[in-house]
Design a protein. Structure first.
Length: 632
């Protein structure tokens, strides 16, 4: 085992040296949060529709989109999406033409057109965001799935059986501007807007099939609306004002809506629908906020949907301390100082279902002050845990965060991402492709497992507490038949299984527990011949494990970290995995950039540029800490 430990030591030294050098003066780390070409396309379309002249940025975004085109003419979200992605391809095609940097007769555009038509054209697009952008810019009518939802829905109080706040927070901030635009049949076209009517052979607007159950959802909404008092005109006017107020109250200091580029773009169009001038300060500030979300890497420029600075900084500071860095090391102190400045102190939407709890969470992005989440909060708390023992101010922040995380536990025992007890099944019939993931925010195995891991390893809590027992019970009840767990925010079953196993072990379940044994066996059965692990993004959409056929750094690290957590001694399987992980960190190919962050099944995946550092460093550090006598 000596050769493995030596290699581990050398790799930890290399990673830690690199990370310390990359830390910024304010204590943060800035890595790209890369989301395919979707936001790049939307920004080009928005800028051209509004006549915003930022030719340098438009050209850079155009060039990146064009460079991502596949030989078949399509665009993909991930390497093994062999059939391409129709929605992404329509968005890219539209943006390239709208930019003016590509022309309809260009060979890449012709290839893209052939691909889009071969897949059924605009009428076959299923992604609601794609449909919304097309409708907002005059390329199709507003989809029935949006236009049938009355704007008055926003007026229903939070205590009604079905109300707007039953939707997930990230769903609401996208749905509200869409409902405003659909209500007003809004569209805007720039002076040189391309005509996409030749991208379909049949009427786009007649093809939308609403899912069964959608009418039941509408009936539930209507039952609430029947209790509203006032004339239809006054009620509608109040609903419009409510929708406008909803957006305005959730604009961050940088001008973005909830720190998401996607919802900000929709908000800008919705403000225009409400009669705002294109030069209105809210719109110009939102444009500035979007422009500031750009990231440059390898000579390319992309717009991030929500820069991951808080998430990356918290996890990197934690990983460095797990590798042996002291909590009072200057790099750790700088990171802690940065994170403490980003702890949230506002009572916001999360409090609707969780009243009487003081704020104390953290969000994902640097500009996020309204939208904390459980995963970012436990990540930040891990990072500042060491200093909380000696710094009273840090201890006070740690206690506030801990209290907030505990308060967010759902009634079923698990933990959500953003809001408590938002699991109204009827809302999953909203005609959004992937609505089960988008419309509601239920307990998830990755969130529950990671929360238990934090509570066990950092707060010293275990299954002697009844509510920890409930969290543990929820996880074991949601284990798949094959032993795996589904992870919502990572790809996918490897991610969920890692989170579940490390969480269960942290709160005191023995390695002999049947659920842990079953999960461990599953990880062993899916190990690749090269010693690593890799899972396809297709798993997310199919809701079953699908192997990638190759190993990726983050997924190999997750699997190893889980196995290390439940094995008292290193096994040949673990050692083979460690060797493969180290080798992967010295490779630079598509496996190094394969997206392992999940957003919306089939439609949104993320390549975190930080993940090749965070998770490998954690797995290697945990290996050394557990199996090297010198570090015990």
């Amino acid at each position: 085992m000596g050769d493995v430990l030596h290699a581990v030591d050398e790799e930890i030294k290399r990673l830690t040296t690199t990370l310390i050098q990359q830390q910024r003066k304010d204590g943060s780390w800035h890595f790209c949060f890369e989301n395919g070409t979707v936001i790049d396309a939307y920004v080009i379309i928005l800028f051209r529709a509004l006549g915003i002249e930022n030719e340098a940025l438009i050209r850079q975004l155009h060039d990146r989109i064009l460079a991502e085109q596949q030989p078949e003419g399509c665009w993909k979200w991930f390497f093994d999406e062999a059939e391409g992605n129709l929605s992404a391809s329509v968005e890219a095609y539209y943006a390239l033409l709208y930019s003016g940097c590509s022309q309809a007769a260009d060979e890449p555009i012709q290839r893209a057109k052939r691909y889009i038509l071969s897949q059924g054209g605009l009428g076959a697009v299923t992604n609601l965001l794609t449909k919304a952008i097309l409708a907002a810019t005059g390329q199709r009518k507003w989809p029935k799935s949006i236009s049938l939802i009355p704007l008055e829905f926003l007026l229903l109080p939070a205590d009604f059986p079905m109300n707007f706040f039953d939707f997930s927070s990230y769903s609401r901030v996208h749905l509200t501007p869409m409902l405003i635009m659909a209500d007003k049949s809004f569209s805007i076209k720039g002076a040189h807007a391309p005509d996409l009517s030749d991208l379909t052979s049949r009427p786009v607007d007649e093809e939308e099939q609403l899912p069964r159950g959608y009418q039941e959802m509408l009936d539930g909404i209507q039952a609430g609306l029947n209790r509203l008092i006032g004339t239809p005109h006054k009620i509608h006017k109040a609903a419009t004002a409510k929708a406008e107020q909803f957006m305005l109250e959730r604009i961050e200091a940088d001008g973005t809506l909830y720190s998401y580029a996607s919802s900000t773009i929709l908000m800008i169009f919705a403000l225009l629908a409400l009669g705002y001038d294109r030069q209105h300060p809210l719109i110009t500030r939102a444009i500035q906020g979007l422009t500031a979300m750009q990231c440059r890497y390898d000579g390319k420029t992309t717009i991030q949907n929500s820069p991951s600075t808080v998430w990356d900084t918290a996890l990197l500071a934690y990983a460095l301390q797990e590798s042996g860095m002291a909590a009072d090391h200057p790099a750790a102190r700088r990171a802690a100082s940065y994170l403490l400045s980003r702890q949230q102190h506002k009572v916001a939407d999360w409090s609707i279902h969780n009243p009487d709890t003081p704020p104390g969470g953290w969000g994902f992005s640097e500009t996020n002050t309204l939208h904390p989440d459980v995963d970012d909060t436990t990540a930040a708390l891990r990072a500042i845990a060491g200093l909380s023992h000696t710094d009273p101010a840090c201890l006070a922040s740690w206690n506030r965060g801990l209290n907030w995380v505990i308060s967010m536990q759902n009634n079923d025992g698990g933990w959500p991402a953003f809001e408590k007890n938002t699991n109204h099944e009827l809302l999953t019939w909203l005609a959004i492709d992937g609505a089960k993931s988008a419309a509601i925010d239920p307990s998830e195995a990755d969130l529950t497992g990671r929360t238990l891991e934090y509570l066990g390893n950092f707060a010293g809590l275990d299954t002697r507490l009844e509510w920890i027992q409930r969290g543990t019970r929820w996880l074991l009840q949601h284990q798949e038949m094959d032993g795996s767990w589904y992870g919502r925010w990572g790809v996918c079953y490897i991610y969920g299984t890692w989170a579940a196993l490390t969480g269960l072990a942290a709160v005191g379940l023995p390695a002999s527990d049947a659920g842990i044994q079953k999960g461990t066996r599953w990880l062993l059965t899916i190990q690749n011949p090269d010693g690593g692990w890799g899972e396809s993004c297709h798993s997310d959409r199919l809701q079953r494990y699908l192997p990638l056929g190759n190993s990726t750094p983050s997924q190999t690290a997750w699997a190893l970290d889980a196995l290390i957590a439940v094995h008292t001694q290193p096994t040949s399987v673990i050692n083979a995995g460690i060797r493969r992980l180290i080798a992967l960190l010295h490779e630079d190919n598509w496996k190094s950039t394969y997206p392992t962050g999940a957003g919306l099944p089939g439609h949104f995946y993320t390549h975190y540029h930080s993940y090749r550092y965070i998770w490998p460093l954690l797995a290697l550090s945990h290996y050394r800490r557990k199996y090297d006598d010198k570090h015990n």
